[in-house]
Design a protein around this ligand. Structure first.
Ligand code: GLC
Ligand code: CA
Length: 548
């Protein structure tokens, strides 16, 4: 059974990383009352959905992506009553609530795991993935995503458990029907509480090959190999489809899967309508890979390819940023010479593509990467592991630190910059992670007062999407510009056509005459501070939307 889900196509989703958004009680940690206080700000920005990174009970080995109570709120973030107040306030403003759903694994402090690990025969014994030693060693050579072996020994059972992520994140055993039933109940409980959708975390690895073969991937510096064979197995798709058919479709719940899908075909397996799995997907690319390989040409190629593949029966999550990636203006733009204009450019490019745009907190004011002075200043376990692996591979501490500064997930996790004071207006206490010193120049307060700020550019784009059916729902057609860095396309519905030019470089490029003759009225430009589009040359990171 399928229900009409067109409402998801009109969303602009704002991602909140609650730990870093706003601290209402001065303990240095962002919290739910903090979000509530800033809801007017989000309404002013114009977004109509919020994805909350996990707010559940958690010992915070991976900042909430290790859940020890699925139906409880993390004490540092507040109480269930705080969550309900926030929910009611969101409903009142017409803002949809999307919760993070982390069900590939739980915390090792979850009661299920505490029971499961206690013996081989308890009623949660099969809730996790347990294997015997092989020749006195781990069951195979699999590496954990955060370093070391993916197996951890437990004396009480004289067995190892599997953890794709850290050893405090044991994988749940989806082959166990009772476990699946518990998860379904938990999801339904949140839907009953008024949740509109879920961003489903790391969901490509649920099914495991029962022979647990060694991975043939090249070994990491510590000797273990990533089990790439786990991604996208047919059994995993079956578990996803089961959730969709039982819960998401009949209850009209939005789902965004975070998936490992290196090809368009694999992406389609999660989001083509006929598959009945997810409404849209966030394909995960390790930042270490993306930083080294991305180019405007590759980005455009991927966009074209996934557009063609899914335009008949799929939909797209559009994002440049999230809590796992470097800041977009630092990665794809130029956070120095062209900071403002390249941040606007990226926003205009993304928001003119077909699909649902995501805005990650702070992106709307052009927040940048941070360079913390020492590895001790970093919090993220992935960064700390990468640093260790770097040293093992023979890097100098300076080089390993430089790499961490470039790639670290903490780049996206420094506190939101609300004003120009030392702590960025985030907290009155000691922030859990350093505030980027550039809060002096880059902050909400300044940009709210400035008619040509990055923040205003986001407001304009979101408002335009609400008015323009071509932008929200229209087809896309690419136009040949003869230049890899000059991207041109139209978005159109029967009654309306918009024409976009995006110069994805710091060089000037001319719009070909043949394309320019159709350009009538410029609606928005990344050079609004300088009076807008001048043409025919597009300046560095100039982006312009025309009405035709
Ligand atoms: C996802 C999350 C990431 C987390 C991992 C394990 O990739 O986005 O932050 O560390 O899953 O839950
Ligand atoms: Ca707090």
């Amino acid at each position: 059974m399928t229900t009409e889900k067109d409402w998801i196509k009109d969303l602009v989703i704002y991602q909140i990383y609650p730990r870093s958004f706003y601290d209402a009680n001065g303990d240095g940690i962002g919290d739910l009352p903090g979000v509530l206080q800033k809801l007017d700000y989000l309404e002013e920005l114009g977004i109509n959905a919020i994805w909350f990174s996990p707010v559940y009970r958690s010992p915070n080995d991976d900042n909430g992506y290790d859940i020890s109570g699925y139906q409880e709120i993390m004490a540092e973030f507040g109480t269930m009553e705080d969550w309900e107040r926030l929910r009611d306030a969101c409903k009142e403003k017409g803002i949809r609530i999307i919760m993070d759903l982390v069900v590939n694994h739980s915390s090792d402090e979850h009661p299920w795991f505490l029971a499961s690990r206690s013996s081989r025969d308890n009623d949660k014994s099969e809730y996790y993935i347990w294997r015997d030693a092989v020749d006195g060693h781990e069951p195979n050579n699999w590496a954990s995503a955060f370093g070391g072996s993916a197996w951890e020994y437990v004396p009480e059972r004289d067995q190892y458990y599997f953890h794709f992520f850290s050893k405090k994140q044991p994988d749940l055993n989806w082959a166990c029907p009772k476990l699946r039933e518990e998860i379904h109940q938990m999801i339904n409980w949140w839907v009953d509480k008024g949740v509109d959708g879920f961003r489903v975390d790391a969901i490509s690895y649920l099914d495991k090959p029962q022979d647990f073969p060694d991975s043939t991937q090249p070994a990491q510096p510590d000797g273990y190999s990533f089990p790439d064979i786990l991604a996208g197995r047919p059994g995993t798709h079956a578990y996803i489809r089961e959730m969709n058919q039982h819960i998401y479709a009949p209850r009209n719940v939005l789902t965004v899967g975070e998936v490992s899908a290196p090809t368009v075909e694999e992406l389609g397996n999660y989001v083509r309508t006929s598959r009945e799995e997810f409404d849209m997907a966030i394909p995960f690319v390790p930042p270490i890979v993306e930083i080294d390989t991305w180019t405007p040409e590759k980005l455009l190629h991927d966009i074209q390819e996934s557009y063609e593949a899914l335009k008949e029966d799929g939909w797209w999550a559009r994002f440049f940023s999230n809590h796992d990636k470097p800041r977009q203006v630092s990665l794809y733009g130029d956070d120095r010479a062209y900071w403002e204009v390249s941040a606007k450019f990226l926003a205009m490019f993304l928001h003119t593509l077909p699909g649902t745009p995501f805005v990650y907190q702070g992106e709307e004011i052009g927040m940048t990467n941070v360079k913390l002075p020492s590895i001790e200043d970093y919090n993220d376990l992935d960064t700390l592991n990468m640093y260790k692996q770097g040293l093992l591979a023979g890097m100098t501490p300076e080089a390993a630190l430089a790499r961490a500064q470039l790639i670290s997930r903490d780049n996206a996790r420094t506190p939101m910059q609300w004003d120009n004071s030392a702590k960025g207006g985030f907290t009155t206490g000691t922030p859990w992670l350093s505030v980027n010193p550039n809060t002096k120049e880059i902050n909400v307060k300044a940009q709210r007062q400035d008619p040509f700020s990055i923040y205003q550019c986001y407001r304009n784009l979101i408002a335009l999407r609400k008015k323009s059916s071509a932008l929200a729902r229209g087809d896309m057609a690419f136009l040949e510009t003869g230049c890899k860095e000059l991207i041109a396309f139209t978005r159109s519905t029967p009654g309306e056509t918009l024409l976009m030019f995006h110069n994805f470089s710091s060089k000037e490029h001319a719009i070909p005459d043949a394309l320019r003759k159709d350009a009538k009225k410029a609606l928005l430009s990344s050079y609004d501070r300088e009076g807008g589009y001048r043409g025919p040359m597009l300046r560095a990171y100039e982006s312009v939307i025309f009405q035709m």
